[in-house]
Design a protein around this ligand. Structure first.
Ligand code: PEP
Ligand code: MN
Length: 264
């Protein structure tokens, strides 16, 4: 169902009127995690001012350590929704557990993110396959393209074709950066599937200074959009502080992307 065959044009996903997979490159930006009402208000203002039309933010966080901040949970969804609605921006947030799906629907989450660590959580994939909400499926930490596409197939098999793939870097022998951004995956996915392809340069590089170069490479290689971490005050971020852009850096990135493609 996700194969390119029979879909010469490629799918365009409509997210409250914003098109992902069309001519325009969409940049979804926001903090790694939802922290406070104030932080989300400032983040939303920065995302909007940079010209981005959608916002990201995690209320449920898949942390390596069980003692690290796990996200605000449902209250985080509320802070996020309130901040994003001020600018009429759809929200993207990660679902980790099937038991929270109804809560996500009740809180009108616009795009459900399935994180790298859950790419092969087949029960979760089956459940999001049954709903009528766009799903961003991130690539697993060391997933092959074919494993990733089979995971997408699980969602499509349930009847939900609103699937967006997100390359976020893969684990290799290299330790100089967080992950290796697999730019090669972009043309391969565009050839093999009709699904829109996003790239997350933040979790790939793991350092804010690497993000603009990776973002430009992704757009030049044909990505339909980007998922970028931005925090109103990166030094104070509760999660992934090293890789968060400042609002000004996001603004500068957007300007440089406009020279490569028809960005937002
Ligand atoms: C995220 O986008 O917040 C995240 C946890 O990313 P990943 O699943 O790619 O590690
Ligand atoms: Mn993060």
């Amino acid at each position: 169902l996700v194969a390119r065959e029979g879909h010469p044009a490629g799918s365009v996903i409509d997210i409250r009127g914003i098109k992902l997979g069309g001519k325009q490159v969409q940049v979804i930006a926001g903090p790694c995690s939802v922290e406070t009402q104030e932080q989300m208000h400032l983040a939303a203002a920065g995302v909007h001012a940079a010209g981005c039309k959608m916002m990201r933010g995690g209320a449920f966080k898949p942390r390596t350590s069980p003692y690290a901040f796990q996200g605000l949970g449902v209250q985080g969804l509320e802070f996020f929704q309130a901040a994003a609605r001020e600018y009429n921006m759809p929200i993207v947030t990660e679902l980790m557990d099937v038991r929270m799906l109804d809560t996500f629907l009740e809180h009108d989450v616009d795009v459900i993110q399935i994180g790298a660590r859950n790419m092969q959580n087949f029960d979760l994939l089956k459940e999001v396959g049954r709903v009528n909400k766009p799903v961003i499926l991130k690539r697993g930490l060391s997933a092959t393209i074919s494993e990733w596409l089979m995971a997408a197939e699980y969602i499509a098999a349930g009847g939900n074709n609103n699937i967006i793939l997100c390359e976020r870097g893969i684990r290799t022998f290299e330790t100089a950066y967080r992950n290796v951004l697999d730019v090669t995956a972009i043309p391969v996915l565009k050839k093999e599937t009709h699904l829109p392809v996003l790239v997350d340069p933040s979790h790939a590089g793991g350092k804010a200074w690497m993000v603009p170069a990776l973002a430009r490479a992704a757009v030049a290689a044909g990505a339909d959009g980007l998922l970028v971490e931005m925090h109103p005050n990166p030094c104070d971020a509760w999660c992934d502080a090293d890789q968060a852009l400042t609002p000004q850096e996001l603004n500068d990135l957007m300007a440089s992307l406009r020279l490569i493609a028809q960005a937002v």
